[in-house]
Design a protein around this ligand. Structure first.
Ligand code: ATP
Ligand code: MG
Length: 137
């Protein structure tokens, strides 16, 4: 039983589909509380900085194009085992492989536009929350 914080991003595809509320509902009904949140249009350099662990990978430029294609809703979630819990609610990176009932299975179709981001470890969560707090408007 550990109360953790994690960073969640509702990506441009899900914002465009008008499902921010439906996604947030899943967090809330699973015991995760939003303690910070903002709708933001990321610049290319912000997206690059956020995803810098993927610099040089074949999908990197496409990822930046996508993450800057519209507004994102960024939020800090807090709750018991928040990091793992959020990843479980999200489902697999590729929505085609994501378990039924997960956010990616229900709101996304392709690996390029997969509805949500979630920190993948306590170290990433710390770094990404810091990143958000210094990049929010
Ligand atoms: P995110 O970091 O967005 O929460 P993730 O942790 O499930 O996703 P990562 O490996 O961190 O997956 O990849 C970051 C993003 O890059 C993915 O969400 C996906 O859109 C894209 N991506 C990852 N792997 C591939 C791939 N093999 N082909 C195309 N796009 C990919
Ligand atoms: Mg990741």
């Amino acid at each position: 039983m550990t109360i953790q914080r994690t960073l969640s991003i509702i990506k441009p595809d899900a914002v465009a589909k008008n499902v921010i509320g439906q996604i947030i509902s899943r967090f809330e009904s699973n015991g995760l509380k939003i303690i910070e949140g903002q709708l933001l249009q990321l610049s290319r350099s912000q997206a690059e900085d956020f995803y810098k662990e993927h610099i040089g990978k074949p999908f990197f430029e496409k990822l930046l194009d996508f993450m800057t294609s519209g507004k994102v809703f960024i939020q800090v979630l807090e709750g018991e085992d928040a990091i793992e819990k959020n990843r479980a609610l999200m489902g697999a990176t590729n929505p085609q492989l994501a378990e039924k009932g997960t956010i990616r299975a229900d709101f996304a179709e392709t690996i390029d536009a997969n509805a949500v981001h979630g920190s993948d470890s306590p170290e990433s969560a710390l770094r990404e929350i810091e990143w958000f707090l210094s990049n929010k408007g």
